[in-house]
Design a protein around this ligand. Structure first.
Ligand code: CAA
Length: 395
């Protein structure tokens, strides 16, 4: 019998500070309802200097392994998806491999295609297992990013930061995916990009919304085609998780999907099938590669007991652009496992920053990747300590 493959453990890491979007609205002289209702975001995570992509990834991964009671000696693949890489050559996965004490016999690499990078890692892990290369071992996939736009720009309220770590293996305890049954859509577009000289992303905001929706339509058509070719039964979907740059985008995506599927009750299906996945993104903001997976984590933490045994859909979008639509099934018994993972617990330890603190963090970053400054972070948490002889130091 073919064994199932999918998500066995999931964990988050968020920076210690966040900005309440009402404080941002006051500083920018904008009606706060534009952010909280118009964009559907309440808070955005703000990464301090010591909370770089590697530190956030390591914190999330450590949690996924410990809380999930996963044997790290049985990890044979470690992939990090990011669009906030800290080096042109050395992948975040290399630091992670050491910090997490993963086995030497482990394939490590980094994936990039804007926000799709994490999903590329998940799908690579599923295929690695399905091909037999895993030989019973599990994969660790970590999505880690710091989403930044220029201060005062339209993109500013859609920033965020954080990491989501996933353990992928056979007979998963959370969600079984459907290997091979995916719909892809790609096209060369300039909606959001970040040139090598810039720490902030450049964006054609309204174009990016259209690109996202066009990609969803293309991926949906391709997914339908895959289902036909592989004779996959047309079974109802209980929950839908989208890539969530901000909550309102998921609402637009859902309206588009309803039109494609001939569903007339957009509001009712949104409340039932999508709303629970937006609870955590509302409090963290955009985490780029981790965004779809934060949305899944949010849905599982809220609804797992209602959806055990039922099918869910997942849509991942990466600017530039590429996208993929696929389905999975929440495993029987997942709710108990979700409870032991305490998914949103890291959010309880955050501190609300003042607007001045947020601006100071943003303005202070100058040449942080080339200087030595072992300024450290919160006690006990893995942190970026600075640069010595050109090498990044963590502890
Ligand atoms: N009260 C309530 N709602 C209000 C309001 C008020 N006072 N004022 C405005 N609104 C509503 C608007 O009606 C609008 O709603 P709809 O979209 O439903 O029409 C919403 O608030 C946003 O208003 P604007 O369109 O005027 O906002 P904007 O032009 O200032 O910026 C944005 C919006 C273009 C999305 C901008 O935030 C941006 O550039 N963000 C970064 C790009 C992005 O996230 N793109 C998403 C698709 S690409 C992707 O998904 C990849 C990724 O991760 C980045």
């Amino acid at each position: 019998m073919t064994r199932s493959i999918g998500i066995d453990s999931i964990a988050l890491a968020v920076p210690e500070g966040f900005l309440d979007l009402r404080d941002l609205a006051a500083a920018r002289n904008v009606d706060p309802a534009k952010y909280t209702e118009g964009l559907a975001v309440d808070e955005m995570a703000v990464a301090a200097r010591h909370e770089d992509t590697v530190a956030l990834a390591a914190r999330a991964a450590q949690r996924a392994l410990v809380r999930g009671d996963v044997d790290r000696a049985r990890i044979g693949l470690c992939v990090v998806g990011t669009e906030t890489a800290v080096d042109h050559s050395k992948p975040v996965a290399a630091w992670l491999h050491r910090l997490l004490e993963l086995p030497d016999a482990c394939r490590t690499f980094e994936t990039k295609h804007a926000c799709f990078g994490g999903t590329a890692g998940v799908l690579a892990a599923v295929d690695w297992i399905a091909s037999g290369s895993a030989r019973g071992r599990a994969a660790l996939v970590v999505c880690s990013d710091i989403a930044r736009y220029p201060l005062g720009s339209a993109g500013e309220p859609t920033q965020g930061a954080g990491a989501v770590a996933l353990v992928i293996r056979e007979d998963p305890r959370l969600v079984a995916l459907e290997p091979g049954v995916t719909g892809s859509f790609s096209r060369d577009v300039d909606d959001i990009w970040r040139p090598l000289w810039s720490r902030d992303a450049l964006v054609d905001g309204h174009v990016s919304v259209t690109c996202y929706l066009d990609a969803l339509a293309g991926a949906h058509a391709s997914w339908r085609e895959a289902c036909r070719e592989l004779s996959v039964k047309d079974e109802p979907v209980a929950r839908r998780c989208y890539h969530v740059p901000y909550g309102k985008m998921a609402r637009k995506a859902h309206a588009k999907l309803c039109a494609l599927e001939g569903i007339h009750d957009v509001d009712g299906t949104f409340a039932r099938e999508v709303a629970s996945s937006l609870r955590l993104p509302r409090r963290v903001g955009n985490v780029y590669t981790g965004s779809l997976w934060l949305s899944l984590a949010s849905m599982l933490e809220t609804d797992a007991s209602d959806v055990e045994g039922r099918r869910i859909s997942l849509f991942s979008y990466g600017s530039g652009c590429t996208s993929e639509l696929f389905c999975g099934r929440v495993v029987q018994g997942a709710a108990r496992h979700v409870a032991s993972l305490a998914i949103s617990e890291p959010l309880a330890h955050r501190r609300r920053l003042t607007f001045a603190e947020y601006e100071n963090i943003r303005r202070a970053d100058g040449d942080i990747d080339a200087t030595a400054d072992a300024s450290g972070g919160a006690a006990g948490a893995l942190a970026f300590l600075g640069v010595e002889r050109g090498r990044r130091v963590y502890g």
